[in-house]
Write a protein that binds this ligand. Structure first.
Ligand code: X2X
Length: 339
């Protein structure tokens, strides 16, 4: 392909792939009474976006075309920090965000991200669909945004590196690792003895590629769909925390919807979350083989030493104080005693 052909081809591909996500299920916009924007930071192939497309289609059908939910995936509208600002101002209507990054606005939201808290998914969903999730959603609802009841899954997070595998806690010493924008994330990796740098997900791939940082941590479904294996060699199964995505709504925008349409949105969001949890679990359980073929080297770790490291650095004590005894008790109700 010559230069011009290639450029126009790439342009066509870009337009087509944008249309595939934002326009596929869209009715002509003159027909919609409410055109609503939902933005997120994940590739279109991630289960979150696959279920979001299905959700948008159902909302269009059930509302008989009165709602046109437009999806802007993959940081098209900017970084998580940008999108959170847009959500708060009402420039976008919906946004999915990690509870920990939401911690920049609602510190209490970070409580679900405490290192090695949930031992398994039964504990995760019991807590997030139960009293812990309720507590966090009430805190979020004190702002200009609120979270729908069912949180979406991101998964248990694993650590990747271009320099060396993380097998024991000492391997974190001085390790230059990208972490998302969240006080709890930075605190946790400092406690591990690493050298964390806050970088939005939209910039993470290039930061790894140009070796601004040597590593990052994310669930396998993201390492796979965002092609992190292209810029990272090792993947250590540290399982250091579970992470999810609250589907957040701008309150003023939601309040404009008549009651029946509110119900249609709410029901479909919650249903999509439940299906997406199943999808993510399946991907995270099965994608390792594929990542190995792509050249990643995996190692398991014994998590006890990592947890001791957090304990001796005062991580649990500090966050217990920050969240307060009531919130901490709600967490331990599901996880058992943590420190
Ligand atoms: O920023 C990340 O690492 C990501 C994609 O997992 C989140 O959205 C928290």
């Amino acid at each position: 392909m010559n230069g011009i052909d290639r450029r126009s081809f790439m342009k066509t591909v870009a337009i087509a792939s944008t249309a595939a996500v934002t326009g596929l299920y869209r009715l002509p916009s003159y027909a919609a009474e409410f055109t609503l924007k939902y933005a997120n930071n994940l590739p279109t192939t991630h289960p979150l976006n696959v279920r979001a497309q299905e959700m948008a289609k159902r909302i269009a059908e059930q509302s008989k075309g009165r709602i046109d939910l437009q999806i802007y995936p993959n940081n098209q509208l900017g970084s998580d920090s940008d999108m959170l600002a847009q959500l708060r101002s009402g420039a976008i209507d919906y946004f999915t965000l990690s509870p920990l990054i939401l911690g920049t606005l609602v510190p209490a939201a970070q409580v679900s991200g405490i290192g090695f808290a949930f031992k398994n998914y039964d504990e995760v969903w019991a807590a997030m669909d139960g009293a812990l999730g309720e507590h966090v959603r009430a805190e979020i609802a004190k702002t200009s945004v609120f979270a729908f009841e069912k949180i979406f899954d991101n998964g248990y997070r694993q650590t990747t590196s271009s320099t060396h595998p993380i097998a024991k806690p000492e391997d974190f010493k001085g390790f230059k690792i990208r972490v998302p924008n969240s006080p709890l994330w930075t605190s946790m990796f400092r406690a591990f003895g690493a050298s964390p740098t806050t970088i939005n997900w939209s910039e993470a791939y290039s930061a790894l590629q140009t070796h601004i940082v040597d590593g990052q941590e994310n669930p396998l479904a993201i390492i796979s769909t965002a092609k992190i294996y292209e810029v990272q060699k090792y993947c250590s199964m540290t399982n250091h925390m579970w992470d999810g995505f609250w589907l957040l709504a701008n309150k003023a925008s939601f309040e404009k919807l008549p009651k029946d349409l509110k119900e249609i949105v709410r029901t479909n969001v919650n249903e999509a979350a439940l299906k997406q949890r199943e999808d993510v679990r399946k991907v995270n359980d099965s994608v390792m083989a594929d990542l190995k073929v792509k050249g990643m080297q995996f190692n398991d770790v014994s998590t006890a030493g990592f947890r001791d490291k957090l304990r001796s650095a005062g991580f649990y004590e500090d966050w217990h104080k920050k969240f307060g005894s009531d919130a901490w008790a709600l967490l331990e109700k599901y996880t058992g005693r943590l420190a």
